[in-house]
Design a protein around this ligand. Structure first.
Ligand SMILES: Cc1ncc(COP(=O)(O)O)c(C=O)c1O
Length: 401
């Protein structure tokens, strides 16, 4: 296998917090290269002030080849910009065009709330309704239920590549083909898959996709996310325009004529946050020499190991993440009525997982920096907590994640 050795892949590239960090699916740990890139841009600001823009002007576009590789797209199909929420608004404004009976939006009842809120906004703006595909087990999505919901009234469906609570990975090529067969456009929220596994948005023919870069891309809190627009849609004008989406060559002519950048870059709106973009610039360097297939292989081996440890030592915790590799993302979710208290007690002991209401403990072994021994220690501490009940004495108020 090329790329990182299976034991200690790129761990030395990260400044890890003390203890055991298993929350990289919420906020990835900091790569040294992210800090260095931010400091470099800060120094440029100090020494060059406004002249720094000569360098920063094309910074977002300069990241497109690396981002394109991560999502399986041409550089012209992606751009680092915005948040998932803002990008969804921009893309829905452009792509959701109700016509005749084909006027409704489709998502799932398991979606991250911001996706639902954005879709609700555009359904209300354009006179359609948002339909939510139900889950049979409150944790996962069945492809037959997606098929059943894709009626001729659906104009556009948005799906997560990986469900944030259960960690179920959906089949992007199959569901994209299904949506198109049914005459609907399809967008993907890749928050929980970018940086954790390979993607093929171009070949799958997805219409658009969005992602954040603070999880498995390790670009830091609030770093700019990104979006993908398939090249067959590059003749569409973005509905929400701004001067940063104007063609670079004419942007500073400052005329009222909007001339869109070629491709996804046209979906930029205002001045990019250069310091946060610098963190992404640095974080992407970690991926330059690593094969995504190797990242995926190590991620699966770590989640396999964790699941087998839980099966063996923690029978009270129910693994809700699919066991089938083809349906598993990068994290493992464990259901237990005391999940909130278990999460808080682990944090008190220097092990950082997270909790998702009402009863899910999420553990993310990140291929780039998590050790198998850390999973063993986490399971040992969980066993001790359940045996002693010590977690029930922990104050769980006040935490935001
Ligand atoms: C699936 C998914 N979508 C969206 C978001 C958040 O979107 P934003 O980056 O706009 O805050 C998250 C955050 O964890 C997420 O998990």
């Amino acid at each position: 296998m090329s790329g990182p050795p299976s034991d200690l892949p790129c761990r030395e590239l990260f400044a890890l917090p003390a203890g055991i960090y298993l929350d990289g699916n919420s906020l990835g740990a900091m790569p040294h290269s992210a800090r260095e890139a931010v400091i470099r841009r800060l120094d440029e600001w100090q020494t060059q002030a406004v002249s720094g823009w000569d360098e920063w002007f094309g910074l977002a576009e300069s990241l497109s080849p690396a981002l394109g590789q991560l999502v399986g797209a041409k550089p012209s199909e992606v751009i680092a910009t915005g948040s998932i929420t803002a990008n969804l608004h921009a893309l829905l404004a452009t792509f959701y065009q109700p016509q005749g009976q084909r006027r409704h939006l489709l998502a799932t009842e398991l979606d991250f709330p911001t996706d639902v809120y954005a879709l609700q906004s555009w359904a209300a703006q354009r006179g359609g309704e948002l339909r939510l595909i139900p889950s049979r087990d409150s944790q996962t999505l069945h492809p037959d239920d997606v098929a059943a919901a894709l009626t001729p009234e659906i104009a556009l469906i948005l799906l997560p590549t990986v469900l944030y609570r259960s960690g179920q990975l959906l089949n992007v090529p199959q569901l994209t083909a299904l949506a198109h067969e049914r005459g609907a456009l399809i967008g993907w929220d890749a928050a929980h898959s970018i940086g954790a596994l390979p993607h093929g948005f171009h070949d799958a023919g997805a219409d658009f996709a969005v992602w954040c870069s603070y999880k498995y891309l390790n670009a830091g809190p609030g770093a700019p996310g990104g979006l993908f627009v398939h090249e067959r849609h590059h003749d569409r004008l973005p509905a929400l325009r701004g001067w940063w989406g104007n063609d670079k060559a004419s942007q500073f002519e400052m005329t009222p004529d909007y001339r869109p950048s070629a491709g996804a870059a046209a979906y930029q709106q205002g001045t990019p946050p250069i310091l946060a973009l610098a963190a992404l610039e640095g974080a992407l360097k970690v991926f330059a020499d690593v094969d995504l297939a190797d990242i995926r292989a190590r991620s699966l081996s770590l989640t396999d190991r964790l699941i087998s440890l839980v099966d063996r030592h923690l029978p009270e915790l129910r693994v809700i993440t699919p066991r089938d590799h083809a349906q598993r993302g990068g994290h493992v979710s464990l259901a237990h009525p005391q999940a909130r208290a278990l999460s808080a007690a682990l944090r008190q002991r220097g092990i950082i997982p997270d909790f998702r209401a009402p009863d899910v403990l999420r553990l993310a072994p990140v291929a780039l920096y998590t050790l198998e021994a850390e999973l063993e220690e986490t399971v040992r501490v969980l066993r001790e907590l359940l045996d002693t009940g010590a977690h029930l004495k922990v104050d769980v108020s006040g935490a935001v994640s």
